[in-house]
Design a protein around this ligand. Structure first.
Ligand code: ADP
Length: 488
């Protein structure tokens, strides 16, 4: 474990460690035992000003700064060096991530490897991003340039700090932007360490800056900052709305990824053996604190009982414990999140919703940790809060359906639209549903919670707008300029 990263309590601005201008710090709690184990700087508007100024110097007013002048191929080479460094430090980063978030160490390691993979992917893409020449009138040539926005802001949540940093900052840097990052107050140590590695890998001063602190202080200051040219936000719908409103005041474009209530549709002809482990993983990975968690299980009535029995048995076998014990499921991020899940479960109980099965918290788990056993609920009415709202915990709501039309109506019948899984051998039905589901990603006979660096990801409706991951994300981190030349 990197003691320096844990105890330093400073921002990373212009390739230097900088204390909060106001001198204040915050404790970071370990969700596995509820005790403080690290301190971070409590950033405010002044710190954000300093980070934005550093980023602006790196980019320049119109791309003339040290980073703004760096060629696409050199940006790609830098990202490849950083990917290599991340892989060398996988264990250190995984432990920092698991300690802060509570996720089992194997997930922390997977997240570190995913971070490296994002950097690799965008390293390779950096010099393949280009504009077009367009047919126009005789005597004129028209071309488009894909230009960086300039200074981009990145507000990152606590559930997958490294992965979300990778997909957002990796793409932004590849496209040539200078970045200011506000990670979540609960989980930012891994990202501070990655920023330090970026400096070691040769990133010019100010191209990547991290300001830590509370969302309503540092985060709000970043969203409202007039010097930011684009913001990408991943988090809750309420905060996303506040960020978009603040950004709108200075006409700053925003990408929002706001979570979901993603359904898995299982038809009677599905290969149930294949369905069970995927359905279970999709809700318990990261203790259900995944934007794309498969939190609704819609099952055709003919196989409802047998599937519930099997999913229930798999959930009952899950063991929950401290992150570093590396069991199936870790604690939730914080006490308020645990309370939120308890509130949903008490409401379910009060409304007579039956629990099919629950996993168990191991005896050795500290009493003060934020543990919640994964829970499968059955016959949840489709309009009930449990079937409509994002719980962000390991709670799976099962509902039976009769026929494809009803499955589709239930699947589309929430305010969200992020991901859906469809399990059937019928090719025509696969295609019909893939086209009719209102969401950003559809998986047929598989489900990709958390994965897919190459696959564009994002939502519709209350799940947000804009796309991250894949090549598509690069386009979002650029603005298009049209040049029309009259030459006769
Ligand atoms: P949660 O409530 O689970 O922490 P949020 O969506 O509020 O989820 O947090 C996601 C990210 O947004 C975090 O980095 C958080 O600090 C930040 N944040 C929270 N409130 C604001 C705000 N008003 N403006 C900008 N960022 C914010």
């Amino acid at each position: 474990m990197d003691g320096a990263a844990i105890g330093r309590a400073q921002h990373f601005i212009g390739n230097r460690w900088v204390p909060a201008a106001g001198g204040q710090t915050l404790d970071v709690l370990d969700p596995s035992d509820g005790a403080p184990f690290a301190r971070i700087a409590r950033g405010e508007a002044t710190d954000v000003d300093a980070a934005v100024a550093a980023a602006r110097r790196a980019y320049g007013a119109h791309g003339e700064g040290a980073w703004g002048r760096t060629s696409a191929v050199e940006r790609g080479r830098f990202l490849m060096r950083l990917a290599q460094r991340v892989l060398e430090c996988e264990e250190e980063l995984a432990r920092l991530e698991s300690r802060c978030t509570g996720k089992p160490l194997k997930q922390g390691r997977a997240d570190a490897r995913a971070l490296a993979r994002y950097f690799e992917y965008y390293a390779g893409a950096a010099d393949k991003l280009h504009g077009q020449t367009l047919p126009y009138t005789p005597g004129m040539t028209v071309l488009t340039l894909r230009e960086p926005h300039g200074v981009t802001g990145h507000i990152i949540p606590w559930n997958y700090p490294m992965q979300i940093f990778g997909r957002s900052v990796g793409a932004a840097l590849a496209a040539g932007n200078a970045c200011v990052v506000k990670p979540a107050e609960d989980a930012c140590l891994s990202l501070l360490r990655v920023a330090e590695m970026a400096a070691e890998a040769g990133l010019p001063e100010g191209a990547l800056n991290i300001v830590t602190g509370f969302g309503h202080e540092a985060g709000a200051a970043l969203a409202a900052h007039g010097g930011i040219d684009h913001i990408s936000f991943t988090g809750s719908p309420v905060t996303g709305t506040a960020v978009a409103q603040a950004a709108a005041r200075h006409h700053c474009p925003v990408t929002l990824e706001l979570g979901g209530k993603s359904p898995q549709l299982v038809f009677a002809d599905a290969a149930l053996d294949e369905v069970v482990p995927v359905v279970v993983n999709a809700i318990v990975q990261n203790a259900g604190q995944t934007c794309s968690a498969g939190s609704r299980l819609l099952v055709e009535r003919a196989v409802y009982e047998p599937l519930l029995e099997r999913v229930g048995a798999a959930i009952a076998a899950l063991r929950v414990g401290p992150a570093l014990a590396d069991l199936d499921v870790g604690p939730l991020i914080r006490r308020s999140q645990l309370q939120r899940v308890w509130d949903y479960l008490s409401q379910a109980q009060a409304d007579g919703i039956e629990v099919v099965a629950a996993g168990s918290v191991v005896d050795s788990a500290p009493q003060e940790g934020f543990y919640q056993a994964p829970t499968l609920l059955r016959d949840v009415p489709r309009g009930h809060r449990i079937a409509q709202e994002e719980i962000f915990g390991p709670v799976l709501a099962a509902l039976p359906f009769d026929g494809e039309d009803e499955a589709l109506a239930i699947a589309n019948g929430t305010p969200f639209g992020l991901v859906a899984g469809v399990w059937t051998q019928d090719g025509a039905r696969q295609m019909r549903l893939a086209r009719n589901l209102r969401c950003g990603q559809v998986f047929i006979n598989n489900y990709g919670a958390g994965g897919g660096i190459e696959l564009p990801f994002g939502g519709v409706k209350s799940s947000g707008y804009g796309r991250e991951k894949g090549f598509e994300a690069l386009l979002g981190f650029t603005t298009l300029k049209t040049i029309a030349i009259r030459h006769g």
